[in-house]
Design a protein around this ligand. Structure first.
Ligand code: RP5
Length: 162
């Protein structure tokens, strides 16, 4: 059973959103992925948002670029936490995506991460942290992930000192 739903506005978003999925796999979080467009398939978007909770999802991660309405509109139709990933668009470098996702009206939150790959990766981590707040095994994997990051920095320090 998938705990996290990863959706994106277009297949062109996959090169960004695959970093979310890789992180979820690394942390052993079950997920499903789907292309759902706010503008091209609005009925599918609402159906997905409305059924997400009852099918067992705990978090939705939505990536979109340009006029990036997918995360906000999904958030409008579910009580699950929604994480928005601004995809780096070609024309405005992702600033359009970021502002479209982050500037939600009070009452309809979308947890917005950074533009592009770093944000996509952090979206996976953030979803794992939400699940880890209630699941000890996930919390342990997150501790191991942080310990590995500390080790990498320690190696960088050694490298610099050589
Ligand atoms: C958005 O429009 C998608 O999220 C994508 O980032 C952007 C461009 O989509 P394509 O024209 O590449 O399908 O809906």
């Amino acid at each position: 059973m998938a705990l996290v739903g990863v959706i994106m506005g277009s297949i062109s978003d996959w090169e960004t959103m695959e970093h979310t999925c890789s992180m979820l796999e690394e942390l052993e979080i079950s997920y499903e992925k789907q292309v759902i467009s706010a503008h091209r398939t609005p009925d599918d978007m609402f159906a997905y948002a409305e059924s997400a909770k009852e099918k067992g999802l705990k978090v939705i991660i939505a990536g979109a670029g340009g006029a990036a309405h997918l995360p906000g509109m999904v958030a409008a139709k579910t009580t699950l936490p929604v994480i928005g990933v601004p995809v780096q668009s070609k024309s405005l470098d992702g600033m359009d995506s970021l502002l479209s996702i982050v500037q939600m009206p009070g009452g309809v939150p979308v947890a917005t991460v950074a533009i592009g790959k770093a944000g996509a990766k952090n979206a996976g981590l953030l979803a794992a942290q939400m699940i880890g707040a209630f699941d000890d095994q996930t919390a342990s994997r997150l501790e191991a992930y942080q310990a590995a990051q500390r080790k990498k920095v320690a190696e960088m320090r050694d490298q610099l000192a050589d």
